[in-house]
Design a protein around this ligand. Structure first.
Ligand SMILES: Nc1ncnc2c1ncn2[C@@H]1O[C@H](COP(=O)(O)OP(=O)(O)OP(=O)(O)O)[C@@H](O)[C@H]1O
Length: 253
């Protein structure tokens, strides 16, 4: 399991004269489920790109288990909003990608790892299918399986269910919780959807300032059952109202 620490991190895009992230510090404990919720364009994906190394902070440090990310390899799996399965590869071949990147696996080992990963997400029968033959929910499960095959303990999930219809979306939320409970990964989940964050998370980081110089922390009470019924409880309803109120102060129109 991996913990993550941002220490005084700042970032601005070269094309933009202003900071997107300004002296931001926070910690995420190993094995936890955090959501980041915030208005469109506030910098949530930028935080992910700083964690996965696509962007480098202008100042400050990002550490995994206490070590700078520059010293680490294959420390996180990243699942973007669009599944980005390669349309010319079968589902099985798509899942094999992270194994090819990491290297060192025999053909037989790859075959077994891919078969296990497909089984884990309920897609045993899809190994030889092309991505366009899958439904939206199946594609997201395949993309999640591919992210799991990075072998990383830290998973960054960027709005993975936002393009799905409502019922598929809530089914996928329940499925993701089961995956988290089973595999004990550290998950950071970006969403615009307040109820999705309340349903899934142990802690929510709300982006309530631009540039992002702090994250407003909302802790979900211990003993919360992560069920649809609990979402309607007075305690969670009060949290929902607080969260919406604080997010509204930062809407960029
Ligand atoms: N490559 C880039 N070059 C310049 N500016 C960028 C770049 N990528 C993002 N930005 C700007 O940085 C800001 C934050 O973008 P980011 O994608 O992190 O926001 P977000 O909160 O993830 O948005 P959304 O919820 O809409 O996906 C936005 O103003 C965006 O226009």
């Amino acid at each position: 399991m991996s913990s993550l620490t941002f220490q005084n991190v700042s970032y601005q895009y070269d094309a933009e004269p202003i900071d997107i992230i300004d002296n931001l510090s926070f910690t995420i404990e190993a094995g936890s489920f955090h959501s980041i919720v915030g208005a469109s364009g506030c910098g949530k994906s930028t935080i992910f790109h700083l964690i996965n190394g696509l962007l480098r902070p202008k100042s400050g440090s990002i550490r995994i288990d206490g070590a700078p990310i520059g010293d680490k390899k294959h420390y996180c799996g990243y699942m973007p909003q669009k599944d980005l399965l390669f349309p010319w590869r079968t589902v099985g071949e798509n899942l094999g990608l992270p194994l090819e990147i990491i290297g060192g696996y025999t053909k037989a080992e790859c075959k077994e790892l891919i078969a296990d990963a497909l089984h884990n997400v309920g897609l045993d029968h899809c190994h030889n299918k092309m991505p366009h033959e899958l439904s939206g929910g199946m594609r997201q499960r395949a993309a999640f399986a591919r992210t799991m095959l990075t072998g990383s303990d830290l998973l960054l999930l960027d709005e993975p269910f936002s393009a799905l219809d409502f019922l598929t979306g809530i089914t996928m939320q329940e499925w993701l919780l089961e995956q988290w409970e089973q595999h004990k990964k550290t998950i950071i989940f970006i969403t615009h959807n307040v109820d999705e964050a309340l349903f899934l998370s142990q802690r929510i980081f709300a982006v309530t300032s631009t540039p992002i110089n702090q994250l407003t922390t909302i802790d979900i009470p211990n003993g919360y059952h992560h069920s649809r019924e609990s979402l309607a409880s007075p305690e969670i309803s009060a949290l929902r109202n607080d969260l919406i109120q604080s997010l509204r102060t930062n809407v960029i129109l």
